[in-house]
Design a protein around this ligand. Structure first.
Ligand code: FES
Ligand SMILES: [Fe+2]
Length: 314
């Protein structure tokens, strides 16, 4: 459970009072501490009980686990591993919801599937025109144009031009789209798209376009996090919205609504995959060239697990 001290600092404690198992998230903030709402024990901001009603002192074992947590880029980052191995320097840059030049809106989506399947769905552009025909409604070029993959120290990045696309589905205005996507361990995503006048990609020799290029439209950005809740359930956080010179709050709300439709499509598919993998865990899969991003990310994740000394499936 998360709470803030009177100074506004974020704290994360295990959501289970060690007395009778009450969720501390039902508790109340009292001064610098947190009071369990069941029998009134007061915890300090490190999870140690400092007051038991009717007692002079509290035994040292009256404590719950606390987790390192920081507030950064408008997101809260909790380290669930050994406290001394937390490395806040490795938190990637995200776009906060109050980024001045964007109208970003937040949303969450829950999946009854393991985080790995949700992550791999997001790494996989080859499904988008097909599974999301009714929501995003974008052309097959988004599946067939190579993603321009780079392996990062802590994840993968795709950077590419998708040529000659409608400004929005059905629009007669055709544009070249520059798209940047990254997914970093353990499931942190940033996405940026900009629509440039037709011919811009060729003019720039398929290089990186300036963000303020004349005639650029529909610049939008998204920050996302795939967070495991249990082995088989996942909460997916995302923001999305237009740069302010490319759209207002109505456009933002429209994008969030379309994303909600698309994630409902993903949910049906990913949860069905999970059921199938649970039913027949011994069956193998056939990797296609379009799964390169998934495979590269798995390799990076396996390296992290090896470095952490953990065995297991990335
Ligand atoms: S369960 Fe928390 S004080 Fe009793
Ligand atoms: Fe999808």
């Amino acid at each position: 459970m998360l709470w803030r001290t009177p100074e506004g600092e974020i704290r994360a404690l295990e959501d289970r009072c060690m007395h009778r198992g009450a969720p501390l998230s039902l508790g109340r903030c009292v001064g610098k501490g947190l009071r369990c709402s069941y029998h009134g024990l007061v915890f300090d901001d490190g999870g140690q009980v400092v007051q038991i009603p009717g007692r002079d002192s509290a035994p040292p074992q009256a404590r719950v686990r606390s987790f390192p947590a920081v507030d950064r880029h408008g997101w809260i980052w909790v380290w669930m591993g050994e406290a001394e191995r937390a490395s806040p320097d490795r938190i990637p840059d995200m776009m906060p919801l109050d980024t001045p030049d964007y109208h970003l809106g937040p949303s969450t989506y829950d999946f009854d599937a393991e985080a790995r399947l949700v992550r791999e769905n997001l790494l996989d552009y080859s499904h988008i025109p097909f599974l999301h025909a009714d929501s995003f409604g974008i052309s097959e070029d988004w599946a067939t144009t190579p993603v321009g993959l780079t392996e990062l120290d802590d994840g993968v990045e795709y950077r590419r031009w998708v040529l000659d696309q409608p400004l929005v589905p059905g629009s007669p205005l055709r544009m070249d789209v520059y798209s940047v996507f990254s997914l970093r361990v353990p499931g942190i995503i940033r996405l940026w798209n900009g629509y440039y006048p037709l011919g811009t990609a060729a003019e720039l020799d398929h290089g990186v376009p300036p963000e303020d290029y004349p005639g650029v439209k529909n610049v939008n950005s998204s920050s996302q996090a795939v967070t495991p809740m249990t082995d088989k359930t996942t909460r997916y956080f995302f923001s999305w919205g237009p740069r302010k010179d490319c759209g207002d709050e109505t456009i933002r709300d429209g994008l969030i609504a379309i994303a909600g439709m698309a994630f409902a499509e993903d949910k049906i598919m990913v949860e069905a995959q999970q059921r199938e993998f649970d039913r027949a865990p011994e069956r193998g899969l056939l990797a296609l060239p379009s799964d390169e991003g998934i495979n590269t990310y798995r390799k990076v994740m396996a390296r992290f697990l090896r470095e952490a000394g953990e065995l297991g499936d990335a």
